[in-house]
Write a protein that binds this ligand. Sequence first.
Ligand code: MG
Length: 155
Amino acid sequence: MEVRVGLGFDSHEFDEDKPLVLGGIRFEGHRGLKGHSDGDVILHAITDALLGAVGEGDIGELFSDDDSRWKGADSRVFLGEALKRVREKGFEVVNVDCVVVADSPRISPAKRAIRERIASLMGIPPDRVSVKGKRKEGFSGEDGISCICTVLLMR
Ligand code: MG
């Protein structure tokens, strides 16, 4: 058996004019995230972790910000392409672990919905997906949301 680990990170600034989408779940009434696509930092971090684990580059190489095809894109498309490459190499996803760093919105009430959505998008049971919310606790970074994620693959 061969195992691979992948690491992904993403960060987007808030954008008043966009809806907030995290892990494929829409947060009604909260400002969204700036970005060429829908700004879904969780799906972007998972996509990068998957690509990294199989040595297939990164999300910026595959879906460039300069390419108009990806303007306003649904990030599920990016995740789907990464999963296709994982499967083409004979790997399956063992588990995904994500930390979402955000002061607002609170992640915990939506954790279950996000886990279930990610699991369904990836075709794995929800107990193989973990989503943890973490506040910045005074750290004055950019006003936005970031996500760090690891994935484990095996074949
Ligand atoms: Mg991104």
